[in-house]
Design a protein. Sequence first.
Length: 470
Amino acid sequence: MMNNHKILTMKKSLTFAMLVLMSFGLVAQTTKPAKEKKAKKEKTYNEKGEIIKKGWNFGPLPVVGFRSDMGFQYGVCMDVFNYGDGSNYPGYDFKLNFEVSTYTKGSSVFRFYSYWNNIIPKGKLFVDVSYFMDKKFDFYGFNGYAAPYHKDFAVVNGIPNLNHGMKDSGFYGFNRNQFRFVASMQRQIGDIKGLYYGAGLAYYNNAIDTLDLDDYRGQTTLYDLYCDHGLIRENERDGGNVTQFKAGLIYDTKDYENDPTRGMYAEAVITAAPDMIDGEDYSHLTFTGVFQHYVPLYKEHLTFAYRIGAQNVLAGDIPFYAMLNTNTLFFKKMYVDALGGASNVRGINRNRVIGKGFAWLNLDIRWRFFNFKFINQNWCVVLNPFVDAGMVTQTFRLDEQKKIEEEIFPTLPDTDVIYGDKKEVPHWAGGLGLKLIMNKNLVVSAEFAKPFDKLDGAGMASYIGFNYIF
């Protein structure tokens, strides 16, 4: 009954978000001067019968969302598109996005990002400036299944308890505030269509502390235990600064940027992160590779889409907080944290899969079953069942993790806390998504997913927000 009630609540939230999204165009029309109201703009259509958008297109709307791992989201958002003369529709000259929002479980978002297709010849520029406040940032330990997960586990006043009877445990969380700046570009190589070189600069400031919420007073967290026993070092427990310089190659033949129906996208990136600010010898070099393929099954109505990705540390010493970043040049979702949750492996706990190296897989069917026009915009409704997976491929301090388990909580011989002696295999989850898409660019998304293994989470995970994950 509880799961049915949760799904019903999510459907109501999505319906409200869709109605708000469609209403902003109507509001925009009613604010025109009287003279403009009388003069009807002549519409131009392409060969598919879609209205060709030109010039500015504004999308102010409330942010109404939900994520099982973060709670209900509310705030304000503004999407601004400039389509120029419309000759490249549904491509645009540039896009700006502003968002201020908060989640009921304690997180807040202050974000600006932009895509510019008219600055670099045969290329694009991406800029992201964000500040995230997360009062309960999920942390389930290192190395995937090597870190045990107990849904109802808590340590209250130093006493471990598997059945604490509390509404919520704070064991798997810490406080994290993060400032993020990312600037990435790509430019076509000669006359080779679809092949680009890329470069980028990124900076992260991570401020980390133990939980400081009234609901969890007196509770010891997994983060506390990691710090107390040295799995998280003294010089990284409070977070730190990460400066990244990126260089890569990109191959992109997608037909549309935000709702592709055919084509491929591949990105191979080397990221150098010299420890320029903190001076703690945490310089490191990583490789990130992503391959995405969009296979048309029936015209533009039905597409099979899949993504394969991997990231590994090639050299140097990486602090634990830097492992929480996926270092691609460009990204669709707001968060680029470790595997698990709305951005990569939907259905499993957020940040469930943390390691020096990791890989992930996404399989989507995207059925565009209803197209319509409303308030002078092109709309499409999409149903997409999916299956996701992710796993650690390069471990982080695993031998220390094993040793510490023998030292901790000897009174719980049958309950592993730090190390669970379970072989790492892919963490699988599956689910169903629904999308409402405006002008092939603005995507409102609702997704519901469930892990295949109870060690990756309990019950149905729900995510309502924006954009496909790839």
